[in-house]
Design a protein around this ligand. Structure first.
Ligand SMILES: Cc1cc2nc3c(=O)[nH]c(=O)nc-3n(C[C@H](O)[C@H](O)[C@H](O)COP(=O)(O)OP(=O)(O)OC[C@H]3O[C@@H](n4cnc5c(N)ncnc54)[C@H](O)[C@@H]3O)c2cc1C
Length: 406
């Protein structure tokens, strides 16, 4: 017998940024909400850097997060370095760089302990005209007015209720890492640290920017430099090799940071010296634990069905160049809460949400695809080749990547 939550009520699968933003939006409107998170451990203490936008701070404010929109390292300029270490272009572009963990913790602390269940994995969904029942891996069930899938790129809610949108590998990976500010050589620190920096070797791209140190420490000398180095990796060969650990176990789609083979990290450091500007090469070499993220697109044709809706990465995943992941997740939450507030008929409200956010999700995914074309291992069509040329100049990359107007 499912545990029925009193109306108006919502179950949210996934307790990361999208799930918490959604929960806060609904709870502030008087809804009874349970957030079910698969991970048995709290998510805090993980993640790396996030490029923020005005839209993100606006959405967080609507969730009740009280910041002045400056909760990170404020930068004024973008710089592109040529591989020989000279400046290709400088551009004024004020922007705040935050930590994923800081944004998560702001929402998590606001939510508190009640109604946030760890180790709670959604495994099934049943709908009736008057309610929806979420089934969990431990055999428990919860019944509510609406079920919201905030359970990420491999969403179980999506698989159960919306058919078969699948993540598509983009043909390249992002090597990510962070370096303590104090570990950077002074000359490199002076050239990189106060800027959002880029370097564009053929078919590759590295970006870097400063973020807070441990515990959101923003004091000069205590911050970190965060980088993402995009490198083509053929799906059938290079990617499989990168995802195979020291024991010969081949990981599917993602490899835990501690499992990456030492030889791959050594090869990355060596390639940095051959391919990147000297400033970025020094950053990559100084990173103690670089980790790997294969890049995917997820494009959906449906994000609402009956009493079930998808938000955040469960609905759409755009490549990171556009810097939209966290912002889109929070904007989805705001839009869905507004739709539910505007119509007490839940299925109609979810359709209204879909009419607004489906085209926006598709637009963002396409935009990010265009920005990432030049990094793909293979480009098959003329359009892909044209987009690659168009979006790989220093000027285009600095104007278009992670900018305010995605
Ligand atoms: C620990 C962590 C660190 C991250 N760090 C960064 C970062 O540094 N930079 C960056 O750009 N992005 C990062 N992300 C991704 C970023 O949060 C998302 O791209 C974006 O914010 C959209 O968030 P989301 O909540 O939709 O998805 P996600 O953040 O992916 O969260 C999905 C959540 O759903 C949970 N879940 C999955 N399946 C189930 C299930 N069946 N039942 C219940 N729960 C389930 C997962 O455990 C996860 O907590 C991170 C995500 C996580 C979880």
């Amino acid at each position: 017998m499912p545990n029925r939550i009193a109306s108006p009520s919502a179950i949210i699968a996934g307790g990361s940024i999208a799930g918490l933003a959604m929960g806060m939006m609904l709870r502030r409107r008087g809804w009874n909400v349970v957030i079910a998170e698969r991970s048995a451990q709290e998510l805090s203490g993980r993640g790396a850097g996030i490029v923020t936008h005005r839209q993100l701070w606006n959405a967080l404010a609507q969730c009740g997060v009280d910041t002045d929109g400056k909760d990170g390292v404020a930068l004024l300029e973008r710089v592109t370095w040529r591989p020989d270490g000279s400046v290709a272009l400088r551009m004024s572009h004020p922007q705040v760089m935050a930590l994923w963990d800081r944004l998560f913790s702001l929402l998590r602390n606001l939510w508190g302990g009640e109604g946030y269940r760890l180790g709670c994995e959604l495994s099934g969904v049943r709908q009736s005209p008057g309610s929806v029942i979420a089934e969990f891996a431990d055999g428990s069930e919860i019944e509510a007015d609406v079920l919201i899938g905030a359970d990420g790129i491999r969403s179980a809610v999506r698989a159960q209720a919306m058919g078969n949108a699948k993540p598509l590998y983009a043909g390249y990976v992002g090597w990510r890492g962070m370096v303590e500010e104090a570990d950077l050589p002074p000359a490199v620190h002076a050239e990189l640290f106060e800027y959002f920096c880029f370097c564009l070797p053929p078919s590759e791209q590295i970006i870097g920017y400063p973020v807070a140190g441990d515990g959101n420490d923003l004091r000069p000398g205590h911050r970190r430099y965060n980088f993402v180095w995009y490198r083509p990796a053929d799906a059938a060969t290079t990617l499989v090799d990168l995802l195979t650990d020291e024991e010969g176990v081949s990981h599917n789609l993602a490899i835990p940071p501690g499992k990456i083979r030492a030889a791959h990290i050594a090869a990355l450091r060596e390639a940095a010296g051959n391919i990147l500007s000297p400033q970025f090469a020094a950053v990559v070499r100084a990173a103690k634990a670089p980790f790997l993220q294969p890049i995917f697109d997820l494009d959906s044709d449906i994000i609402a069905q009956g009493r079930v809706a998808l938000i955040g990465d469960a609905a759409f995943v755009a490549r990171p160049h556009i810097g939209a992941g966290v912002t889109k997740a929070c904007e989805d939450a705001v839009a869905l809460a507004n739709a539910l507030a505007g119509n007490s008929n839940v299925p109609e409200a979810l359709q209204a949400y879909q009419r607004v956010r489906l085209p926006e999700g598709k637009r963002i995914v396409q935009r990010a695809r265009d920005l990432g074309r030049s990094l793909q291992a293979q480009m098959v069509s003329d359009e892909e080749r044209e987009a690659a040329i168009l979006h790989h100049t220093a000027e285009a990359v600095m104007i278009e990547n992670a900018s305010m107007d995605f």
